[in-house]
Ligand binder design. Structure first.
Ligand SMILES: CC(C)=CCC/C(C)=C/CC/C(C)=C/CC/C(C)=C/CC/C(C)=C/CC/C(C)=C/CC/C(C)=C/COP(=O)(O)OP(=O)(O)O
Ligand SMILES: O=P(O)(O)OC[C@@H](O)CO
Ligand SMILES: [Mg+2]
Length: 229
């Protein structure tokens, strides 16, 4: 599974809870992005996830599910990204829901397709921060310490710096990146055009572009070109 993720520099994240036209989906899937990730922090259901997966499957682009709800785990994705929120105030978001999922799915779990992500949530004003009670008041050293726990103590293959909804502090992201040994660093939050894509791509391994797809698709598509040229 890591072989698939290793070369990724750009990912579009599509939210099953949001509408996307066939034309826009075609542009996203044919954009040259490395993968399409399906996920959101609220309103994700089995039905809207199946629907989006079946539409993306018309294309060759790798399609992965970022699991956020036990009720919305749909077979047929290339990989399953499993967020573990390192700075959540309630351990349910670190391992609790995961324990329940493993108990429920048991022998059906295709372990080789699961990719755990050590999430560090840094935008206090995001749905995911509110949901998980994330302790977002961290300086660069504090955030990097979480990243090192994920990388060096937990051996997680991915650390995900999540600023969902706002463009983050790139010096913090750079500091986190430098503190990692083996884990790949994903960055997501507020990337909305070529310039923000370049800035973020400079300080992490993989950039994730979400809301821009729904807010200004033309600019969102330029984020692919910006980091692939
Ligand atoms: C047969 C078959 C295929 C079986 C599947 C096997 C499988 C995958 C089993 C699951 C194993 C497992 C351990 C699952 C974990 C279950 C679970 C519910 C874990 C909790 C995950 C978690 C911490 C969720 C919290 C929210 C979160 C971090 C979501 C990630 C996505 C995110 C932050 C999106 C941003 O949200 P958005 O809506 O865009 O936000 P804005 O409003 O700010 O834009
Ligand atoms: O929606 P945006 O702000 O682009 O963030 C992308 C992603 O990190 C959300 O999980
Ligand atoms: Mg979003």
């Amino acid at each position: 599974m890591m072989q698939m993720i290793m070369p990724w520099r750009h990912v579009f994240k599509l939210d099953p809870d949001k509408e996307i036209s066939d034309e826009a989906l075609d542009a996203v899937c044919m954009s040259g992005t490395d993968a399409v990730m399906v996920g959101g922090s609220s309103g994700v259901t089995f039905d809207n996830t199946v629907e989006l997966l079946s539409r993306i499957r018309r294309y060759e682009v790798p399609c992965v599910l970022e699991v956020s709800d036990l009720e919305a785990i749909v077979p047929g994705f290339d990989l399953y990204m499993i967020p573990m929120v390192l700075n959540a105030s309630d351990s349910a978001w670190l391992v609790g829901h995961h324990q329940r999922a493993v108990e429920e799915y048991g022998y059906m779990i295709p372990w080789e397709l699961l990719v755990p992500e050590g999430y560090i949530v840094l935008n206090a004003d995001s749905t995911v921060a509110r949901l998980t009670g994330a302790q977002t008041e961290l300086d660069a050293a504090g955030a990097a310490a979480y990243a090192q726990v994920a990388d060096k103590l937990m051996s997680l293959p991915v650390v995900y710096v999540e600023y969902s909804g706002t463009f983050g502090d790139m010096e913090t992201v750079r500091h986190i990146h430098r503190s990692l040994n083996g884990a790949k660093l994903f960055y997501g939050g507020g990337i909305k055009d070529a310039d923000s894509a370049r800035q973020a791509a400079d300080v992490c391994d993989t950039i994730v572009v979400g809301n821009a797809v729904y807010e200004d698709l033309k600019q969102a598509l330029l984020t692919v070109k910006a980091i692939k040229e």
